[in-house]
Design a protein around this ligand. Sequence first.
Ligand code: SAM
Length: 282
Amino acid sequence: MATNAEPCLYIVATPIGNLADISQRALEVLAQVDRIAAEDTRHSARLCQHFGIDTPLVAYHDHSDEHKTQALLDALATGQQLALISDAGTPLISDPGYRLVKLARDAGIKVVPVPGACAMAAALSVAGLPSNRFCFEGFLPAKAGARSRALAELAKETRTLIFYEAPHRIEDCLADMVATFGFERELVLARELTKTFETLLAGSAAEVLAQVRADPNQRKGEMVILVHGAEPVVDTIEPEAERIMECLLAELSLKQAASLGAEITGLRKKVLYQWALDQKPD
Ligand code: SAM
């Protein structure tokens, strides 16, 4: 692309396994930009070579020193067009790019997405778990204690949970999920998506863990874990709480009674307010 064109940083998704998943637009952009910033230039050189793209590659990751990042921003400022790619999938999704995108946007440089493969979206699209609301957690902490604490914080999350996990940690991670989310929680392990050994294991958390323990092949390759969200907590009002509310309602407004009732019983104000409304004669 000609220097002095409008500066632009393209964020380009690349395949997560099957090279045929690259988009026509991704190929055009990668061939036309002045430079491609890549997480691992040797890895990305193979991708470029496969598609006959000879655009120069330059290393970039979020820990790149300021000098390197500034050099990319300077290139953009002089009208160069750059593309950012990661080793696989969509940059910034558990991959480098956030810092560069933020700085480019802060500098008023146009940042353009060239969407494509993303492991978590691919996994969600085939898992058969609720997909209207979900929560992408990326990689859990590697250390057992921190991972258990992170899972405990998510135990009551009602949205579908999505995690990336490394093969050497999958067994321990699933065991922690069984311990925290319960044996029965529905879980899907999506492995090697778009590749030869693409596999989906689905069942209760305990069943999936048993399959992974029984078959060493299930502990190989790249994987996404998807977990059904927790059942929403239903607030039940015990007779004692009803008695307290009746006493409060005899003396106070509905709003005040719900508020004080919540403090006394520990139940949610909204629930007590609704209960009080339901008691009113039509
Ligand atoms: N940016 C990538 C994306 O858009 O999905 C994710 C990069 S992250 C460093 C790599 C992790 O993504 C892997 O450890 C695995 O959890 C998941 N992943 C990548 N490719 C996958 C595939 N083909 N099948 C299953 N999971 C995959």
